[in-house]
Design a protein around this ligand. Structure first.
Ligand SMILES: [Zn+2]
Ligand SMILES: [Zn+2]
Length: 217
């Protein structure tokens, strides 16, 4: 059984997730920790549960999701995985981080690329990689079929969707990702987004105004 711990980090109120199971193996997804106390909060959780971190994963590489990559990679000495198309998005962060006041940002580089249909394993859990472009060009989600949950980044939010006005964003592509990949998952699948509260596929199919609009048009 997979347990999930979320943290809300940095001024963008970004959700950082730690997934782990009874084997104590874990993955850290989108560590947005920047300030020392944020890093401490993440580390003390890992320590208190005696977790063995296996991977550092990014759904995509906008600044709010990558601020703690360097800390996690250094501290836990784990491979860092992203989709290849997201590499330039990651590389760009260094050039604009200080504009947002993140002068202490240190870049961490990926060790391996993952793509659609790859499986990321930790403990007794398998995460299926889904390619979900639109908000960012190399955006991916991590779907655990057994637990009926997906870490979906900034694609689908409770009653909202990810913005598409950043470089590499495209609204039509985003809506296609939602309809073709997310809305074909079972209704009871819980969606853990990059910002805000969790929702379910079924709830968003019925009440998400952005997705409903595109069905009508
Ligand atoms: Zn984003
Ligand atoms: Zn975000």
């Amino acid at each position: 059984m997979v347990s999930i711990q979320s943290f809300e980090f940095n001024p963008f109120q970004e959700n950082t997730y730690v997934l782990y199971d009874e084997s104590r193996e874990a993955v850290i997804i989108d560590p947005g920790c920047y300030e020392q106390e944020e890093k401490r909060a993440l580390d003390s959780f890992i320590e208190s549960k005696k977790l063995i971190v296996k991977y550092l994963l990014n759904t995509h590489c906008h600044i709010d999701h990558v601020l703690g990559n360097d800390h996690v990679k250094e501290k836990y000495k784990v491979p860092f995985l992203i989709h290849e198309t997201e590499f330039p998005v990651l590389k760009a962060v260094k050039s604009y981080a200080s504009n947002y006041g993140f002068v202490k940002y240190h870049e961490a580089l990926p060790d391996k690329y993952v793509r659609e249909s790859d499986i990321v394993r930790f403990g007794n859990c398998e995460l299926l990689v889904l390619f979900l472009p639109g908000h960012a060009p190399g955006h991916i989600g991590f779907y655990c079929e057994k637990e009926k949950m997906i870490i979906a980044g900034d694609v689908l939010f409770q009653r909202s969707v990810g913005r598409t006005d950043l470089p590499g964003g495209n609204f039509e592509t985003l809506i296609n990702s939602i309809h073709q990949k997310l809305f074909t998952l079972p209704d009871e699948v819980v969606v853990y987004p990059g910002h805000g509260d969790p929702t379910t596929i079924g709830e968003e199919k019925i009440s998400n105004p952005f997705c409903a609009l595109s069905i009508r048009s």
